[in-house]
Ligand binder design. Structure first.
Ligand SMILES: Cc1cc2nc3c(=O)[nH]c(=O)nc-3n(C[C@H](O)[C@H](O)[C@H](O)COP(=O)(O)OP(=O)(O)OC[C@H]3O[C@@H](n4cnc5c(N)ncnc54)[C@H](O)[C@@H]3O)c2cc1C
Length: 483
């Protein structure tokens, strides 16, 4: 286990210290056996997070006789899937305008509908597997924290209306917002119904058990050091006599007809994919359970997932046991796309998040924070997730969720399962299928660009908060990060 302890307080199992969610998952976190010698399966999956596990489950649901192996470096749920902000959201990080510009209006609408449906599908599919993931569909509250955020609120509402999704976005004035959640200095909010708060630890650990019940094998503590594409000799000749794709590990090769790369931000560590994703750290602080008086002071009975319109993303949720989770981006990008367990903690960013929470809710001044952790999320160059399968090489992958992977990974798993089993469906027709984002720039340009955008966004947020100056959308940083 390479993770540094990232939570305060004691936990019975050191693996639980990766995040509150794993600590609270109620599952035995002892690692499953690693790969030991060569393995031969139909489908080999790198990564035991939501993407790898939903893909394994969906494949086994479609073809129960398939031999499916998941190869995980640490334990299932060690990555972003076991650490996130608990938003199972039907929103993507890429706007409908941009989707329509690139793929056409109908495709943009189809994406939106598929994402909305996916929120309910996560609830349905996890319940069908007997997983209690604490699913509560209270929607999203996007709060304008002052007049400077109102233009962004209005632009978002207008975009929903323009694409015919007006009923999926309700504008709340200050009084209506107060009736749901009392946020200091708020000017108004949007309520988007297509989002649920989940317990990601219970979901990801439950999915791993479900995959095993359906006959899949999960190997843990097995790092994949590289992968090889397969070759098909002639069209229609099958894989007989051809090279099969494989995952290489220090304790044996895993050969398969299809290899699925489902490591999200960590895929940037593999040389072949190094410039496909930018690992950006998102960090989280968590309070102790609130008292009844504290809940009465702030409201929040609807269990909505909450965010503001800041350019430097912030996100809040209520845990099933009554704590407030406050997360935000803001931690610096590390030169060379480095990922290191030490980066899961950045005291300056964690301290800022603690201060921000009290600014949102002054009634919580003096509250104790019990946990702090973080992790990398994967940003593609064009902000567009990609679900791909190339029959010629036998390589499939789903990645690039830009911090919106809790629901999207389920859509990815269903799409990959359709693609791998040769089914054409409404899902495989979405523009994510076989989309390829262009590579990020080589260093040092990548670091210079990422830090410029990060620092500029923070400066624009400060100007909005202190001087009430709304971002115009025309600054270089905003244009570089348009999504
Ligand atoms: C702090 C934080 C907050 C977030 N909040 C939200 C949120 O509220 N809502 C939302 O929708 N999304 C959120 N996200 C993003 C979301 O969690 C991810 O998009 C999603 O979990 C990705 O799932 P995944 O299975 O693709 O990747 P991961 O969950 O990262 O899983 C990848 C797995 O692959 C393993 N692995 C990597 N490399 C190798 C290798 N070489 N060999 C073997 N195994 C390997 C890793 O150990 C890991 O377990 C957040 C992310 C972070 C970091």
């Amino acid at each position: 286990m390479t993770a540094q302890p990232t939570t305060q307080g004691t936990a019975p199992d050191p693996r639980a210290r990766v995040s509150f969610w794993l600590e609270d998952a109620g599952d035995d976190l002892s690692p499953r056996p690693p790969v030991d010698g060569s393995v031969d399966v139909n489908v080999a999956i790198l990564g035991g997070g939501f993407t790898g596990l939903w893909t394994a489950l969906e494949l086994l649901k479609r073809e129960p006789s398939l031999r499916v192996a998941v190869v995980e470096r640490e334990i299932a749920g060690f990555g972003a899937s076991g650490r996130n902000g608990a938003w199972c959201s039907g929103e993507l990080n890429i706007g409908m305008d941009l989707l329509a510009e690139r793929h056409g209006t109908e495709a943009a609408k189809a994406v939106r509908r598929a994402m909305h449906d996916t929120v309910d599908e996560v609830a349905r599919a996890s319940a069908a597997e007997g997983i209690d993931a604490g699913f509560r569909k209270g929607g999203t509250l996007l709060v304008a924290r002052g007049p400077a955020e109102m233009p962004a609120l209005r632009a978002t509402a207008e975009e929903y209306e323009r694409f015919g999704f007006g009923e999926h976005c309700r504008v709340l004035d200050r009084d209506e917002l107060d009736g749901r959640l009392r946020v200091d200095g708020a000017a108004g909010a949007l309520h988007l119904p297509d989002c649920a708060a989940v317990h990601p630890g219970r979901l990801v650990r439950g999915l791993a058990r479900a995959v095993e019940r359906r006959g899949g094998t999960i190997y843990e503590q097995t790092p994949v050091t590289s992968f090889s594409a397969g070759t098909r000799t002639a069209p229609g000749a099958g894989r007989a006599g051809a090279e099969r794709p494989l995952l290489r590990t220090p304790t044996g090769d895993v050969r398969a007809e299809t290899v699925v790369l489902a490591g999200e931000a960590y895929l940037a560590e593999l040389p072949q994919l190094h410039r496909q994703l930018l690992p950006i750290y998102s960090l989280i602080v968590l309070t102790e359970p609130l008292t009844d008086e504290q809940w009465a002071a702030i409201g929040w009975n609807g269990h909505e997932c909450v965010s503001s319109f800041r350019l430097t993303i912030d996100y809040l949720s209520r845990t099933p046991d009554g704590r407030v989770l406050f997360g935000g981006r803001g931690a610096p990008y590390h030169f060379g796309s480095r990922i290191d367990p030490r980066f899961d903690r950045d005291e300056a960013t964690h301290a800022m998040l603690r201060r921000m929470l009290v600014r949102w809710f002054p009634a919580l001044r003096g509250i104790r924070f019990t946990h702090a952790w973080g992790g990398p999320l994967g940003m593609p160059r064009d902000w567009m997730p990609s679900f791909s399968f190339e029959p010629r090489t036998g390589i499939a992958s789903a990645r690039g969720y830009t911090g919106h992977g809790v629901a999207t990974s389920n859509l990815a798993g269903r799409t990959l399962a359709d693609l791998i089993t040769g089914r054409q469906s409404a899902l495989t027709a979405l523009p994510f299928t076989n989309h390829r984002s262009r590579d990020w720039e080589p260093e040092p340009l990548r670091w210079l660009g990422a830090r410029f955008v990060q620092l500029s966004m923070m400066r624009l947020d400060r100007l909005a908060e202190r001087r009430g100056r709304a971002p115009t959308g025309r600054s270089l940083a905003e244009r570089l990060a348009r999504h």
